[in-house]
Design a protein around this ligand. Structure first.
Ligand code: PDD
Length: 289
């Protein structure tokens, strides 16, 4: 099988021909940031918002962005030309390769840029129609979860808890409040009102979260952004996950107990439909352009 084309420091190469130095600070320290962008039929969904978030992550870790947003979009489109269809575009920028291992951030090294494309694993029809099971766990991660950092050990260990339990995600609780899940944001619904945790340093501000907030406002769905207590999560009529790859997905079992009726609720169905309409409109706008 031929190796898929990927991007490495400005070049398009087969993935198996890309070699990273063992001194790269991404390898040694997890010193880097990343993005995951869903691509539908060759068109990136909310590319500009993803690259603006990449800029914010880079600012937070004091990394100079090697490209403008438009430069990133051009480089992504050049790579995507090799990968038609529905894809997940992964972009990673690490601090680069210093001459020696030292925690102190080195001056004047060039960031390492890597981009690859994998087939987009959208939720199955089964998952959309019946929802998924999740478990909860203590949020034992650091206090800079707003940075989309490649240092993901906390998220990896959190996700493994649900993988071991045969569940789709691990929903995280810190000091009695909902934060997010290991690789998704979380929404709860009670009495027809949606609530989502505030976008502070304890969660990643999801591009899908932002889109859902906007679609809810446009679609007349009541949504509050405020701290959500663990008790509210456990008593919710509906719980949803959101991410670029999961879109919006209903959680119908939490820690082995049914959420609400145990089936995806009416507000989930509404938001899912609004999300699908948004995707369809994106495809139509590209055809017209
Ligand atoms: N994860 N919170 C965390 C911790 C995440 O890792 C993600 C996304 C989200 C949702 O963000 P967005 O809507 O922008 O995808 C929230 C990606 C998909 C990943 O790491 O694969």
């Amino acid at each position: 099988m031929t190796s898929p084309i990927a991007h490495f420091n400005g070049e398009l190469l087969p993935l198996d021909r890309i070699a990273v130095s063992p001194l790269d600070r991404g390898f040694i320290f997890g010193d880097g940031v990343y993005e995951v962008i869903p691509v539908y039929d060759g068109v990136m969904l909310r590319a500009r918002e993803h690259f603006e978030r990449l800029q914010r992550s880079m600012d937070e870790i004091r990394l100079v962005n090697p490209h403008t947003v438009d430069g990133w979009i051009r480089a992504s489109e050049a790579l995507l030309a090799h990968h038609p269809g529905n894809q997940s575009l992964y972009i990673q920028v690490t601090r680069g390769v210093p001459p020696k291992r030292d925690h102190v951030i080195p001056r004047d090294i060039t960031p390492t840029v890597f981009m690859m494309v994998q087939p987009l694993a959208s939720p199955s029809r089964e998952a959309v129609e019946n929802g998924v099971a999740c478990i909860t766990a203590e949020d034992f991660r650091w206090k800079k979860c707003h940075i989309k950092s490649t240092s993901l050990l906390g998220n990896v260990l959190a996700r493994q808890l649900s993988a071991d339990a045969g569940a789709a995600e691990t929903i995280l609780l810190r000091d009695g409040f909902l934060t997010e899940a290991s690789a998704s944001n979380v929404f709860v619904v009670k009495n027809g009102v949606v609530a989502a945790s505030p976008c502070d340093n304890l969660i990643l501000l999801g591009i899908t979260y932002e889109l859902l907030v906007r679609l809810a406002a446009d679609g007349g769905v009541k949504l509050e952004i405020r701290p959500v207590a663990e008790t509210e999560l456990r008593a919710a009529d509906e719980v949803w996950l959101s991410s670029s790859t999961k879109e919006v997905l209903a959680v119908t079992r939490l820690d082995g107990k049914p959420v609400g009726s145990g089936m995806p609720g009416p507000l989930f169905k509404r938001m899912h439909a609004l999300y699908q309409e948004h995707k369809a409109a994106l495809a139509r706008s590209r055809v017209a352009a």
